[in-house]
Design a protein around this ligand. Structure first.
Ligand code: SF4
Length: 402
């Protein structure tokens, strides 16, 4: 699920390649390179997304001292300044030179904000080409009293996969997001909540694996520059052939969440049309290989649709499937959030609990996702669809009050 290129580099980028020794027989070892996520920038003059060494090089390129790069880094990622002209710590001449050369921070305005009674905030961000993307901030109070703030980010404008229950899929697809357009969603959530984001889930609009290069670039930036732990980041996919294998090669310490939504191929194809090109067997094999390669277990998402896939028999079949491919699986159950015009209904609580119990009694750990912000168009893509009909351009320039 999420439900989320063209690259011109303005400065030389160091592509670090780590190596690992892999034993291929009892007598021989061979060194296999482990790629690091690609430094991915689509816009040659966007600061957001650049790492500190790149910003230092930029400062040097402009005849400034190296430490100005460190200042740039703080202004962008800590102070979250949106415009080059507001980098008041920097000399006026440097700011002018950056602007004259066409450099910008890469932050977009917030088009509208909807707050739910439970504290969830959904925002629409208006991109440079007037397209709108949806981001959600979900605060959860911990037992300690501190707030865990999760940002649910989009990776595409719309989504081409058209899962039958999904508002984003119904809205069509426009384009992939650029790396900085993913990162800026997290900064926007931090600004609104006046708090650090502790977790990021790629479960907003779009299929992240269809925009893997930008997603990996954003992942690097969120981890290294925005300082969010890799283990606090979840990349979600409904399954795109060959991409789980590819992701595994980066050995990220992040969670991969695979959206199954059905325990067998036939039912899955009805709910997720793109499943035709990626049989369940192949997905499960890739998930197993992902675990072997990264040491990180894959979690499985399952949207419960009343009368479609929410029977106890489905749970039993799901348990058999998961056990046949490994142990210790974790399933996130997501009771369907009704969307306008949908053929599906939300399951009864009793059905959700029975489904969970059937999995648990078969040694599968389960969590039931609490529906947050139901009154704020909580389902993926719902808010965006209210504002932006095809061709997915902003329909109003009058932002709602923050
Ligand atoms: S249509 Fe796209 S955004 Fe919606 S659930 Fe499917 S993959 Fe996710």
């Amino acid at each position: 699920m999420a439900a989320l290129f063209h690259h011109v580099h303005s400065a030389p980028l160091a592509r670090a390649v780590r190596s690992r020794a892999v034993s291929i027989s009892s007598r021989a070892t061979v060194t296999v390179p482990t790629p690091t996520p690609p430094p991915s920038r689509a816009d040659p003059r966007v600061l957001l997304g650049l790492a500190e060494p790149e910003l230092q090089q930029l400062a040097l390129d402009f005849g400034q001292q190296r430490y100005r790069g460190k200042q740039l880094h703080q202004l962008i990622y800590k102070s979250k300044i949106r415009e080059v002209r507001d980098f008041l710590q920097l000399p006026q001449s440097f700011r002018n030179d950056l602007e004259k050369a066409g450099w910008k921070v890469g932050r977009s305005p917030v088009h509208s904000v909807v707050r739910a009674a439970d504290g969830t905030i959904k925002i629409l961000i208006k991109l440079e080409d007037d397209r709108l993307i949806e981001t959600v901030g979900i605060p959860v109070e911990e037992d300690s009293g501190s707030i865990r703030l999760t940002a649910c980010v989009s990776s595409q404008v719309g989504c081409p996969l058209r899962c039958s229950f999904c508002a984003t899929g119904k809205g069509g697809f426009s384009r992939n997001l650029l790396q900085h357009e993913i990162v800026e969603q997290v900064l926007a959530i931090e600004e609104l909540f006046k708090n650090r984001v502790s977790n990021v889930v790629f479960m907003g609009m779009g299929e992240p694996m269809l925009n893997l290069k930008a997603v990996l670039g954003a992942h690097r930036c969120l981890n290294k520059d925005v300082q969010i732990g890799q283990r606090m980041i979840t990349i979600s996919t409904v399954g795109v052939p060959n991409t789980i294998k590819k992701l595994a090669t980066y050995k990220l310490q992040s969670t991969l969440a695979v959206s199954l939504h059905a325990p067998n191929q036939k039912l899955r194809e009805k709910i997720v049309p793109s499943a035709k090109s990626y049989p369940l067997e192949a997905i499960m094999k890739d998930c197993k290989d992902y675990f072997l390669e990264t040491g990180r277990r894959v979690s499985f998402e399952y949207t419960l649709l009343a009368g479609v896939n929410d029977e106890v028999e489905h749970a039993v079949e799901l348990a058999v499937l998961l056990h046949s491919w490994g142990r210790g699986s974790h399933v996130n159950l997501i009771p369907f959030n009704p969307i306008e015009g949908s053929e599906y209904r939300r399951p009864y609580k009793k059905a959700v609990l029975a489904f969970a119990a059937a999995l648990e009694s078969r040694q599968i750990t389960v969590s039931i996702r609490q529906t947050r912000g139901l009154d704020a168009s909580a389902a993926c893509g719902q808010l965006r669809n209210e504002f932006q009909k095809s061709p997915m351009l902003a329909s109003s320039d009058n932002p709602m009050p923050l």
